[in-house]
Every structure is written in C-alpha cells, then in structure tokens.
Design a protein around this ligand. Sequence first.
Ligand SMILES: Cc1ncc(COP(=O)(O)O)c(C=O)c1O
Length: 397
Amino acid sequence: MPGFELFSDLERKEVNDVLDNGVLMRYGFDGMRNGHWKAQELEKLLSETLQTKHVQLVSSGTAAVSVALASAGIGAGDEVIMPTFTFVASFEAVMMLGAVPVLVDIDDTLTLDPNAVIKAITPKTKAVMVVQMCGSMGDMDKLGEICSDNKLIFIEDACQAIGGFYNNKPLGSIADLGCFSFDFVKTITCGEGGAVITNKKEYYLNADHFSDHGHDHIGNDRGAESHPFLGYNFRISELNAAVGIAQARRLPEFVAIQKRNYTIIKDALSHLPNVEFRRVPKGGEESYAFLSFYLPDLETARNVSNAFKTNGVDACFHYYDNNWHYIRKWEHLKEQKSLFPISEEVKDGLKYLDTKIFEQSDAYIARNISCLIKLSWSEEEVKARAQKMADIIVDIV
Ligand SMILES: Cc1ncc(COP(=O)(O)O)c(C=O)c1O
C-alpha cells in the first residue's frame, strides 16, 4: 500500500482506451465506446476477486459506506454502532443519512470489541459496522452472531484491508454488505473510487440505483429510465475505473510484496521483549498493508514514534495523537460543528459524546504504533529499515 507506487504501462493502457474513445461516463453513449465499459469490467473483476455476487462501484469509500447503509434501508434516527478507531468517513457517512453514529470501544484487534457492541445495542440500533483497520480484522464470527441474534444489519468497512481473509473469505465479503475505498493511498487505487459488495440482489439493485439518482438502468435510453426511488450522484468515472482495472489485476502481486516487507519487519521486532503485536483473530490472514504493534505505555509509544520520525522511519502512525483516525481529536464531531443545521434526532443521539470516556480504546491506542508497508521498498531497504526500527525501540524501551 499504496498501489500508486507501482504505476506502470498497465494502468496507462487502460486509461488510454478510455481517452481514445472519449466516453468518460460509465452509463450510456453505447455507440461511441468501441466496446469499452471500464466500470462494468472492474465490477466483474472485483466480484471474482472478492468472491461476492454483486459489486457496485461508487465515487469513494465514504460514498460506499453511505450507499451501503442506504441500500439496507438505514436512515433518519437509526443508530449505527461503529468503533472509536476508524477514519472520520465512518461517522460522516452515517450522519449524511441522518442516522446516529454510536461509537464503542475497540479491543486488542484494533477493531470493534464484541462486548462493547452488545452493551451499546438499543431499540434504535439498526446496524453494526466493523472497520477492518490497518489490514486486519475484528472477531467476525462473534460480531456476525451478535448481528444475527439481534436482527441487525452487519456492515464491513474493508477500505484498509483489501487482500486480507477471514476463514478463507476475502475481507469485505463476510458481512451483509462490504465497503471498499480506492482512493489515492489504498492498496488498489483508482485515484478516487470505492465499491459496495453484497450477495443480496435487493441491496445491490438499491446501491446501483441510489448511486445514480435513482435510475433503474433498464434499457439504453437514459432519459427514458424510471426512478423507483430518490438517489444521488455517487458515480465513478470511466477514467478512474480504468486505473482500477489494472490495479485490481495486480492485487496478488501487491499483497505478496506487502507480505514480504511486513514479514521482514515483524521478524526483526518479534524478539524484542517489550513489543507485542496486535491480535489477529483465529482464521484471519492480514492484507499486510500495515504492521501494528503495542509498546508498554503511552510515553514509550510517543517517544518511539518521535524517534522514528527524526530518524527517517516514515509512515509510522501513533494514532493517539492523530486527528484523522481516533475519537480523542474529533472535536468537530463532539461539538457538532456543521455548516448546516443537524436534525434534533442526531443532536440527541450524539449527546453521549459529552461525557463518554473510552478508557479501553485509549489504553490500546495509546500504546499502539501502526506502520504502513510500502510496495516500492527493495528487500535491502526493508531490512535496513527493520534494523533501524529495532535499534530505536531497544534504545528507548
Ligand atoms: C476505514 C476507512 N473507511 C472509509 C474511508 C473513506 O474512503 P475514501 O477516502 O475513498 O472516501 C477510508 C479512507 O481512508 C478508510 O480508511
């Protein structure tokens, strides 16, 4: 991660196909296309790769989460349980529909704690959204069970974990609906883009129509199509999809490189007595996009993180102090700073954030460092980096 590091003639060829016929839109203009339907081709490829019947490409991962929730009928006043450690897109996507994000603690997997999920369920709860952060996953069996016992929709945000597996199923394909991002920094990039995947035809058709103004996409006269319900524009363009085709074909190559680089660094750190790796649930296979580990306490993690930065070990994140991924710095959410009025239901629903303390999440995130695994590193570079990381940790801890 990220796939842009290895851009090649493969991506250029796909983009040139689109530019050669000039149709940048995924729908319509059948006569001009010379048979090029890049978004459709990428959907088919992802459906095979992710072993899931239906794929709807959209304009971003954030759009994918909103479209997935909307497709399952989640909206005004409904509560969606999600983790405290995620990207801001998770609550943005929920709130865009007028639903209420209910943040709960993570555990040593760095994703949803099933016990925290159970405690947060109320009569208003409609969905549980696990976010497969930093290339790994939650306890999917337990979370799935909680959802089926309580008749809740199970959403899987696998934006950061494409290429990982749980019990031999691709991450993103396990819950009722899965979401992916293909933004510029993801393992597979389209520049901007995302996908909703599902085995349920009804959800898929909803996603297909909702992401294109409610169009039913029947026939080949766009102006004559009917609109079974309201929608928006979350379409991907053919140019973005073209880049994604080349990248998606290269997923096995990218994951193999990630695994090699991850393993070199993990081996170098695994003999250090004060380093503990994140728990990967039994049956889980990471995507190797990040290596995440815990140090003994907050102060040590801060010192190691700073020493990494000053010694040129880039792309390692201490999320406790990071304002994109952890609740501690989300003042705009806690204070409900919005350009436009937020509904009373959402305001009320977010009141818990005035007082709620996430001690368990704090304890894990304070001690955690997650290091991005890059694709462009040579084996020698990774070995040198691994040694430097180990030396810094030994020096500080
Ligand atoms: C876990 C997670 N969900 C959603 C998103 C949103 O994706 P996008 O940037 O494509 O909107 C991201 C992006 O980083 C993410 O990491």
